[in-house]
Ligand binder design. Sequence first.
Ligand code: APR
Length: 320
Amino acid sequence: MARKKIALIGAGQIGGTLAHLAGLKELGDVVLFDIAEGIPQGKGLDIAESAPVDGFDAGYKGTQSYEDIKGADVIIVTAGVPRKPGMSRDDLIGINLKVMKSVGEGIKQYAPKAFVICITNPLDAMVWALQKFSGLKPNMICGMAGVLDSARFRHFLADEFKVSVKDVSAFVLGGHGDDMVPLVRYSGVAGIPLPDLVKMKWTTQERLDAIVERTRKGGGEIVNLLKTGSAFYAPAASAIAMAESYLKDQKRVLPAAAALKGQYGVKDMFVGVPVVIGAKGVERVVKIRLNGAEKEMLAKSVASVQGLIDACKSIDASLA
Ligand code: APR
């Protein structure tokens, strides 16, 4: 059986980490595309030279030509600019929308059947625009945010409870912004929901509220520490989990920014919801029951995403 092909559009901090992880997990051969000459070639060669040490087989090719993504099974998009301290994800919209247009055209021409995972921010609006520019089927494109936001939530919870991260599950819904919706009722330790853990005095409501808030601002916390860019290890790990679920038909249930056709009362938008990812792409959107307060939080998050989509439409008339 021929190896799978993974194309990475953008070979910056996240792109390089994705390339390394894809090799370590032997997901397939990797093509790194970037407009910066030498960067994808250099990173590809460097990682290929680590393969004999770590003992994995994967081909690496760096390129400035979209033709090289031809036949890709999975494409992960990180092309664009990350934020710096003081910036919100939304401040990136002008530059990154133009980048999505060129990436979308490249995908349309050379890999229209690929499963595409977008990471570029502001995520929910960029994945929406990328679907329009590329013409991909809506089930074959999604955005990576929920796995990352949930992983941050899980890390903070495991730290609070002094238990293994493996036994902590968490769901974060909504847009990838500060009004995302960490779902406390559906998160917990080994099947015990967080509200019960508060009753069991594993933590207090105040401490749990602070963890929820830290999760919402998790990306900004890293930006403020790094000062030169944004998070890349956890975002890359999260997208690799999604790619692996597609490539191996694992049918994992993961939160992702998916095209909604009326689910959760949302249409023609990509918003973070639980989905099943398997060989057919986003195979199912999981509809969970939300209470009044959760519905309200989701509506607020959806309204923020709608605002970003409206901004995209006013910047690029072809999207209107
Ligand atoms: N086509 C291809 N690559 C591009 C383009 C383009 N039109 N424009 C920029 N790039 C490349 C840059 O040359 C750079 O190598 O995208 C890469 C982005 O890498 P970084 O600046 O290191 O950013 P990174 O931390 O990887 O984040 C990428 O993901 O999480 C989001 O907010 C983040 O939008 C940002 C994206």
